[in-house]
Design a protein around this ligand. Structure first.
Ligand code: ZN
Length: 176
């Protein structure tokens, strides 16, 4: 019995040390970490050179040690806090870009309108039979809870059932 309580106490000590170490790391100035992780390309975009998610967005730990999209951190550093419920949208369409002048606040409705406009281009009108792909599935999962299933289905030209199945991973299970 004594041995077990010793082991539990040991585990708790290791865990609390780990937590303390990660806090120390995060305490490094956020701005320094941010500034060392992008390069400026010919078009003026600040391309994230740190971790890039499969969704195409950069990623960085914020002051609380939470992983955040790098473009949202950039927005907050340069323009101030993001009002709740607002999205940070790219005027340059480069998801990896963190240039503050290429970032603007938008609503979910703005984002949907923007997405519909972009989808209309490459997909034309042949999209009654349009299929989802891995990128779209990730976008759809990111939109879930923010806009209605019907709106998502409309924007991606698939049935609401197809949207539900993709969200709950009945389909596209291999997509992160
Ligand atoms: Zn840009």
């Amino acid at each position: 019995m004594a041995a077990i309580s010793y082991i539990i106490r040991y585990i708790l000590i290791v865990m609390s040390n780990r937590k303390r170490n990660s806090t120390t790391w995060v305490a490094k100035p956020l701005l320094d970490r941010f500034k060392s992780k992008y390069r400026i390309d010919v078009s003026g975009c600040w391309i994230w050179t740190g971790t890039i998610l499969k969704s195409g967005y950069g990623r960085l730990k914020n002051l609380d040690g939470k992983q955040m999209p790098a473009h949202r951190i950039s927005y907050e550093i340069h323009h101030g806090p993001i009002p709740s419920g607002k999205l940070v949208m790219h005027s340059c369409d480069q998801r990896a870009c963190v240039c503050p002048t290429h970032l603007q606040l938008g609503s979910h409705a703005d984002n949907m309108a923007d997405m519909k406009r972009k989808l209309r281009g490459p997909m034309g009108d042949r999209n009654t039979n349009a299929k989802l792909d891995a990128d779209k599935v990730r976008e759809i999962r990111g939109l879930f809870g923010k806009v209605s299933i019907d709106e998502i289905a409309g924007a991606y030209h698939v049935t609401p059932a197809a949207v539900c199945m993709a969200i709950c991973r009945y389909t596209w299970r291999h997509v992160e």
